[in-house]
Write a protein that binds this ligand. Structure first.
Ligand code: SF4
Length: 219
């Protein structure tokens, strides 16, 4: 029909797996990975999603995840919010009755995200190489059901994350602040010990999917 535009989203992959991190870790989850990211974190494990992919309508995406029969859907990337069509996709997923989470780098404005979505927002640490991209104005927009994640590469990163936790009172803003060791860059036991010693009100997490399946598309 003339004038009728169907929203399309560029998708790297759609797959069914266990949630490897965040509050719903361990639950079978449908993952929708959007193509493209304006950042280049040194530890990025999804560089294959920087380009390529396939343009799909929102209706097609809904059709593709339906057979998974999953209560949980995670929209990830890349950086999903780099595509404006991510916003109507999130709303359509919520309307369809899914419990939706969005993994975002913290570099894009989260203001337009459907309030039913649990936003899992990174704050990039200095050793990621992308700390200058953090959009701190997002912090005001966080809801209690959202989550803030620090991927920690070093003791210096840990100290920086502690400082941000305090500066922005993050554990009062959101139910879960996540401290995650960067894979093979820091001893996870050290990070766990520091959190306990310093009595930090944060949740330690290790990426479950890496322990189970290592890296790669579809995990
Ligand atoms: S924001 Fe995420 S997808 Fe983008 S470079 Fe960093 S780790 Fe990779």
């Amino acid at each position: 029909m003339a004038g009728c535009v169907v929203s399309q989203v560029r998708i790297s992959e759609i797959f069914h797996s266990l949630q490897g991190e965040s509050r719903t870790v361990g639950f079978p989850t449908a993952f929708i990975r959007l193509t493209g990211c304006p950042l280049r974190c040194q530890y990025c494990d999804t560089t294959y999603a920087f380009s390529g992919g396939e343009l799909l309508s929102i209706a097609t995406i809904l059709e593709q995840i339906a057979p998974f029969q999953s209560r949980f859907v995670t929209v990830t990337g890349g950086e999903p919010l780099a595509q404006p069509e991510c916003l109507p996709l999130l709303t359509a997923l919520c309307d369809a009755g899914y419990q939706v989470s969005l993994e975002t780098s913290g570099a894009m404005n989260i203001a337009g995200v459907d309030p039913r979505v649990s936003v899992v927002m990174d704050l990039k640490t200095p050793d990621s190489g992308e700390a200058h991209r953090n959009l701190y104005s997002n912090i005001e927009l966080l809801k209690p059901v959202d989550q803030v994640k620090f991927v920690i590469c070093s003791r210096q990163d840990y100290q920086w994350a502690r400082m941000k936790l305090d500066e922005y009172q993050l554990s009062q803003r959101v139910d879960d602040v996540l401290f995650s060791p960067s894979h093979q860059q820091i001893n996870p036991t050290d990070l766990a010990d520091w959190i306990v010693q310093d009595r930090l009100p944060v949740r330690f997490q290790i990426q479950l999917h890496k322990l189970l399946w290592a890296d790669g598309p579809g995990r």
